[in-house]
Design a protein around this ligand. Sequence first.
Ligand code: GLU
Length: 332
Amino acid sequence: MRTMKEVNVRFAPSPTGPLHIGGARSALFNFLFARNMKGRLVLRIEDTDLERSAPEFEREIIESLTWLGISWEEGIDVGGKNGPYRQTERLDIYHRYVDQLLRNGHAYHCCCTEEELEEERRVSFDKGQIVGYSGKCRNLNPEERDKRISQGQVPTVRFRVPSGEQLVVNDLVRGSVSFNSDEIGDFIIVKSDGIPTYNFAVVLDDHEMEITHVIRAEEHLSNTPRQLLIYRALGFSIPEFAHISLILGKDRQKMSKRHGATSVMQYREQGYLSEAVFNFLALLGWSPEGEQEILDRDEIIKQFSLQRVAKNPAVFDLDKLNWLNAQYIKRK
Ligand code: GLU
C-alpha cells in the first residue's frame, strides 16, 4: 500500500482587524483540506506589524473561527511541538537564520538612510522605471558599514536577489506562474528595529512548522518568488502552493462594505446560522461535484479537493447567503 504523505497546513492571520470574509474563506479551505486529507491545521498569528496588531483582534479572530466551526490541532490556544505560535515570540529563531544568511552572503546589511532611499525612488520614478532597491549597499565594505553604524545609522538586512533568473511557482490552483528575478529588488528581511518582514518570517515558520501545503489568498502570489529564494538559500524543501482567487462583489468590484457585512462577527450578530455561513464560504471558489449546493460540514469535508477550486474570482452573492440561511432555518 502506498503511504500518503502527511499533510500540514496553516492559517496565518495578522491580528490587525476583525476576521473578514476573505480571511475566513482561506481559513476554511485550509481546514477542509486538512480534514479531508486527515492532516493537521496550524493557527499561527503573524503580528510583526507592531503598530497595527492588537490582542483584541487576535481574540476576535479566534472567536470568529470557533463560531464557524473551524478548529485546529496546533497553534495559538492549543499549543504544539513547533511553538510558540505568535511571531513576536519567535524572534530568536529568526535571528539564527539571519546570521546564517549574512554569513553565507545571501544577505547583507543595508545602511541607506530613508532620505537616500527616497532619492533613489525619485530618480527611478523620473526615468519612468519601477525598480526595487539599487543594491547600493551590496558591496559596502565592513569598515564603511561599521562607520555608518557608529554614526547612528541603524542598518536593515536585505536579501541578495540573483539577477536574470526565472522563478517559477507551481501553483496547485493557478498552474505554473513565472517571475523574473530582475523585477525583484534586494528586499528587506529584517527591519532596523530587528523585526523580520512578512516574506522572511513566513518562510522560516512554514519550514519550522513542517507545513506541506500553503493555501492562501491570491494577493500573496507575487510574494511567493521572494519566498522561493529564501527557501533555496536556506536549503529548505519547498511546500506546495495553492493561491485562491479574490472575492468580488456581484458588480465585479473588489468585495467591500457595499456588498454586505465584511466581518464574520457581523453575520453572527445579524442572526445568521454558522452552518449556513460555513456552507456559503465553502462555495466561494470551490464547487462540489454534484448539483446539490446545500451541504453540511461533514459532506463538504468529504468532498473537498483543491482540484475543484476555481482559478477565476469568486463572486460574493448576499442573496445566495440569505437563501442558504433560510434553508438551514427551515431544517432546524
Ligand atoms: N499574515 C498574512 C496575511 O494575513 C498571511 C499570508 C500567508 O498566508 O502567507 O495575509
